[in-house]
Design a binder for this molecule. Structure first.
Ligand SMILES: Cc1cc2nc3c(=O)[nH]c(=O)nc-3n(C[C@H](O)[C@H](O)[C@H](O)COP(=O)(O)O)c2cc1C
Length: 226
């Protein structure tokens, strides 16, 4: 596959400047289906360790459910009800991410379409990796956190791609994980085990312009070793 266009650096940077964490959206402006699918597609195409795609994106458009989730999400009081699209990003946990899980088998077989003998080599390699290199065996929570770290790549890509087409967003960690998960489980949206909420993100159109961006200078955050 060939890259069709070489994107202009100035345009790309202007999207990064344009993106900000919108605290409130215009409730009358809805993102088109085509635009929202584009945003989701950039999440889907995100990289993940071993290509195991540890994420799930739950789009919550039901107002009653949004209201319930708002109550347990201090960081999304205006964002959740006013957004055009509200996404809860789940990460898979040990049940799915352990080397001997059906999920890992199915990704390698059905998505990556690897032959059985390669799958066996990969499983052995992956088992060693999680046991000895990143030592995920020590706890359930570590598997979740490992998956969650990867979901943030998809989160970032979706927010940037949204900005590139003039759509605003707000990433959110300001929620009570246990309570939010209980709501999703009680509603039958999230299975009783195997997943945890890693983050939330709202999309829509800004209601007011943000303050100018504040960031440290590049030389304060980059160190060169030559
Ligand atoms: C992981 C993460 C969690 C965040 N959680 C919240 C949140 O719960 N509520 C909120 O309004 N903003 C949240 N933010 C937005 C940040 O406050 C914001 O990105 C930061 O202040 C920089 O501002 P800017 O994104 O507008 O440039 C979060 C950002 C990140 C990356």
């Amino acid at each position: 596959m060939k890259l069709e266009t070489k994107f202009n650096k100035k345009d790309i940077l202007s999207a990064y400047e344009y993106r900000h964490a919108s605290k409130e959206f215009d409730p009358n402006k809805k993102i088109s289906e085509d635009d929202f699918n584009f945003i989701l597609e950039t999440g889907r195409l995100s990289p993940s360790s071993f290509g195991f795609e540890p994420w799930k994106f739950i789009v919550i458009q039901n107002e009653k459910l949004r209201e319930k989730l708002k109550i347990v999400s201090s960081g999304g009081q205006k964002q959740i009800p006013s957004s055009s699209h509200f996404v809860i990003i789940l990460s898979r946990t040990k049940k799915h991410l352990n080397y001997d899980s059906d999920y890992i088998q199915s990704i390698m077989k059905n998505v990556q379409q690897l032959p059985q003998e390669v799958i066996e080599i990969m499983v052995k390699f992956y088992k060693d990796f999680i046991k000895h290199d990143i030592k995920l065996v020590e706890g359930d929570r570590l598997f979740f956190e490992w998956g969650a770290r990867q979901t943030y790549i998809a989160l970032g890509n979706m927010m940037t791609s949204a900005a590139m087409i003039g759509i605003d967003s707000c990433p959110m960690e300001g929620f009570n994980k246990k309570q939010a998960e209980k709501i999703l489980k009680d509603e039958g949206i999230m299975p009783a085990s195997g997943f945890g909420i890693s983050s939330m993100v709202t999309f829509g159109y800004r209601i007011e312009n943000p303050l100018p961006k504040k960031r440290q200078a590049l030389d304060e955050i980059v160190e060169w070793v030559n």
